[in-house]
Design a protein around this ligand. Structure first.
Ligand code: ADP
Length: 379
């Protein structure tokens, strides 16, 4: 039975609010999106009121989930800080159990946290979360994230992959899987298992073309659910494929996910490097250390003759890393096999583990592993 928006509004009619009227009449609801039994909306209130509305959010979430035919509900409470109002209240840690909390759109005032993990409560069972990021799209970030996750796995680590690329979640395509994660009895999502790794993608929850219309806070709410409401199990590393770019959505994500560090993927061209620089600056702003830069499509390797040509002026990322005093992690060639294996749903590290490309990814993964160990992570 298809769920429609009217049913959602009717169900929300039973949810009382601090304004003395039912939720649909309180003037705080965003557009309600209903697709294939998946319901998304946000409740927008002033930051000063956010705590009082957390209970409303929970009740709205429960009311929507109780509608027959609803598969997923993502109800975000967004706390807008208006000029002159108090800073957004910080959520209590017990809220993490359901994963959806006020999405503070501003960084709270006060001293910077002592460590990147200090600003967010760690996810139980996950020792390290690392972001794979890029200053712009199309540089091969997702391909690199997945192959690195596989390479870290091959080094003996327990690895998971979270595709948080809200603008174009590509993990479903790259792993050749597009199925909805199932829920366990406690309504927690069971991640998709592929190549021996648990994986979640925003693409499993929404169709690729609808992802763009998500508003920032709703996106954050979905990401939180994918972090806290998923049975990840015990992991040494969770690799997060970030949305490309350095805008507000990326900044919020970098700020809200308890990241141990970030890996920046760039191509060698100057323009891409300028964007990579912005990426490093963005992570620095939220106290997330850059673990290093990877130069992807570093040089062209002819699949026929093996001849190498530096079509993009190879080496730019290494110089940039030196200039910015961040580690340079390695160079990945532009090679047909990397693209075709990904397109076929079995990335090169998995399909050709003994090949030269798998060895390159493993060498980079090894450097990341050592950097994590050096940062006294549990690894
Ligand atoms: P992004 O996540 O940065 O948008 P993708 O990982 O989706 O980029 O890669 C964009 C395209 O480039 C894909 O078709 C992918 O297969 C291809 N690609 C990425 N890295 C390489 C590489 N090293 N060699 C050949 N093709 C690559």
């Amino acid at each position: 039975m298809a769920v429609d928006k009217n049913q959602v509004v009717a169900a929300l009619g039973g949810v009382a609010t601090p304004r003395g009227v039912a939720l649909p009449q309180a003037g705080v609801l965003s557009d309600i999106t209903v697709t294939d039994g998946k319901v998304f909306f946000s409740i927008n209130v002033d930051a000063a009121e956010a705590r009082a509305w957390e209970d409303v959010r929970a009740k709205a979430d429960a009311a929507v989930r109780a509608i027959p035919g609803v598969v997923t509900a993502l109800v975000a409470l967004t706390a807008e800080k208006r000029p002159g109002s108090a800073p957004a209240p910080q959520p209590h840690s017990h809220n993490h159990s359901h994963g959806v909390k006020p999405a503070a759109t501003h960084r709270p005032q006060g001293p910077p946290p002592e460590s990147p993990m200090g600003k967010q409560v760690a996810i139980p069972g996950i020792a390290n979360i690392i972001a794979i990021a890029s200053g712009k799209g199309g540089v091969g970030k997702s391909t690199t994230a997945l192959n690195l996750a596989l390479a870290l796995r091959d080094l003996g680590l327990r690895v998971g992959l979270l595709d948080a690329d809200i603008y174009g979640p590509s993990v479903p395509r790259l792993i050749g899987v597009n199925e909805k994660p199932k829920l366990n009895d406690a309504k927690k999502m069971i991640p998709i298992k592929r190549f021996g790794m648990p994986m979640m993608s925003i693409g499993f929850l929404v169709a690729e073309e609808t992802a763009m219309v998500w508003r920032g806070p709703m996106v954050m709410s979905a990401i939180r659910q994918m972090l806290w409401d998923v049975i990840w199990g015990e992991l040494d590393v969770l690799v997060v494929d970030m949305p490309p770019g350095t805008g507000d959505a990326q900044l919020t994500l970098a700020q809200q996910v308890p990241l141990r560090g970030a890996v920046i993927v760039s191509t060698p061209q100057d323009l891409a490097l300028i964007d990579a620089r912005r990426g490093i600056a963005m992570f620095a702003k939220v106290d997330v250390p850059t673990l290093g830069i990877i130069e992807n499509m570093s040089y062209f390797e002819c699949p026929e003759c093996g001849t190498r040509s530096d079509i993009f002026g190879h080496g730019g990322a290494r110089h940039e890393a030196e200039r910015l005093k961040v580690p340079f992690l390695g160079e990945i060639p532009l090679h047909m096999a990397i693209r075709t294996s990904s397109d076929a749903g079995t990335p090169v590290v998995e399909s050709d583990p003994k090949g030269t490309h798998a060895a390159i990814y493993r060498a980079i993964a090894d450097r990341i592993k050592h950097r994590l160990a050096g940062a006294s992570a549990h690894i």
